[in-house]
Unconditional design. Structure first.
Length: 108
């Protein structure tokens, strides 16, 4: 079976979704990444990535209620799926293993 993978921006957005642990929507993700990663990501790029992550099965989403302050539009709320969390867990283990080897090689 072919392993599903994500790029660096997709991974960063998945991490932000998991870290927020409350009402998660595109603007909250943008704010989280700006604050913690010091990266400004265009909101349309975030929406594109969210669509890809949904297609890959790493997030679920649902529409919230219509809001007057949003011009009659509703927010799309997202959350990690079990598959999305498993991907993040696997990714961090792989990265940590490489980093441990880097540290070991640096001390030699």
């Amino acid at each position: 079976m072919k392993r599903k993978s994500v790029g660096e921006l997709e991974e960063l957005i998945l991490l932000a979704i998991g870290a927020i642990q409350s009402t998660v929507y595109a603007q909250a993700i943008q704010d989280e990444i700006l604050f913690h990663a010091k990266r400004r990501i265009d909101i349309t790029a975030i929406h594109s990535v969210l669509r890809r992550l949904g297609t890959k099965g790493f997030i679920d989403s649902e529409l919230g209620g219509i809001s007057k302050d949003r011009g009659g539009r509703s927010k799309r709320f997202v959350k990690l799926t079990v598959e999305g969390r498993a991907l993040l867990d696997e990714t961090i283990l792989i990265r940590m293993e490489f980093y441990k080897r880097l540290l070991k090689n640096s001390q030699s």
